[in-house]
Write a protein that binds this ligand. Structure first.
Ligand code: CP
Ligand code: NVA
Length: 306
């Protein structure tokens, strides 16, 4: 693809990436969420990825992300190519650079779930096609898109800038992406974590160690696992430190009237959330899981056909 600059010279058009989510402006994020709502209402109304292929590289397990991207790409008319690291020459020492160069000759975009954010950055720098984040150790922006979409649906009469979300638990990739993308949307985000597990202030939003302080006035209360993928070695210490940060009915009662419970899943009922909340009348968690597909379809259209 090419574009002309003011001097008239032809310049290569840079691919759009979605590495942390902060690539989006407020207006782009707003338009993307609106488009996701349209796509949810009519999931097969358009096929902007007709004839296009998207590689999905999973270096970590996944249920929702794999399903929602693979089926979402198919609904958009595209062809998803699932890649496992142990089946690729990457596992035998082929460089990320060469992998990016070859993928750029065969597919139209690359989604990656891995630990190091640097792998995504290198694929984006060395390839010539969009790269999008399907979860890294530091970020989960695909999840945050679905979370914002679920808030839009749950509170249709109020803009995101008039809502507050309280995240209760480990200051991890999900918490960071909620703060970063929530900040772009104007959402008020408060994060309650125990000492030693706090999210850095630079991600935006407020910090406290008190879950009840965080949920005061909140329209949504959000949980994630206490032991993220890659944190298994410190599981016992995490469970001990995070035990007071469980989302239960009493904590939800401390939020704004009509507040909803959210969880990116997978859940561990009895740990970060009670079964009563997970399957109860105040959760929007299963809508949230479905919304992964609709939000990501809008993202793919933006990255590939926007
Ligand atoms: N929430 C989420 O990313 O789920 P998976 O790990 O199952 O993809
Ligand atoms: N924080 C969790 C999210 C899982 C979807 C993890 O990284 O494992």
């Amino acid at each position: 693809m090419q574009a002309s600059c003011p001097s008239g010279a032809i310049l290569p058009r840079l691919p759009r990436h979605f590495l942390t989510g902060t690539e989006l402006s407020g207006a782009q994020l707003d338009a993307l969420l609106n488009r996701a709502l349209e796509m949810k209402a009519q999931p097969r109304a358009s096929r902007p990825l007709e004839g296009r292929s998207v590689a999905l590289l999973f270096e970590k397990p996944s249920t929702r992300t794999r399903l929602s991207y693979e089926i979402g790409i198919s609904e958009l008319g595209g062809y998803p190519v699932l890649l496992r690291p142990d089946e690729m020459q990457l596992s035998r020492g082929e460089s990320v650079r060469d992998t990016a160069l070859v993928l750029s000759r065969h597919v139209d975009a690359i989604g990656v779930r891995t630990g190091p954010d640097a792998l995504l950055a290198e694929l984006a720098a060395e390839g010539s096609i969009p790269v999008f984040n399907m979860l890294t150790a530091l970020h989960h922006p695909s999840q945050a898109l679905a979370d914002l979409l679920t808030l839009r649906e749950a509170f249709p009469d109020r803009p995101l800038a008039e809502l507050k979300l309280a995240y209760v638990g480990d200051g991890n990739n999900v918490a960071r992406s909620l703060c970063l993308l929530g900040g772009i949307a104007g959402l008020d985000v408060a994060v309650a974590s125990p000492p030693g597990y706090a999210l850095e202030p630079e991600a935006g939003g407020a910090r406290t160690t008190d879950p009840f302080e965080a949920v005061a006035g909140a329209h949504a209360v959000y949980a994630d696992v206490w032991v993220s993928m890659g944190d298994e070695a410190t599981a016992d210490a995490r469970r001990a430190a995070l035990a007071p940060y469980r989302i239960d009915d009493a904590l939800l009662d401390g939020a704004a009237p009509g507040a909803i419970a959210l969880h990116c899943l997978p859940a561990h009922p009895g740990e970060e959330i009670t079964a009563e909340v997970l399957y109860g009348s105040r959760q929007r968690i299963w809508d949230q899981a479905e919304n992964r597909r609709h939000a990501q379809k809008a993202l793919l259209e933006f990255l590939l056909a926007g």
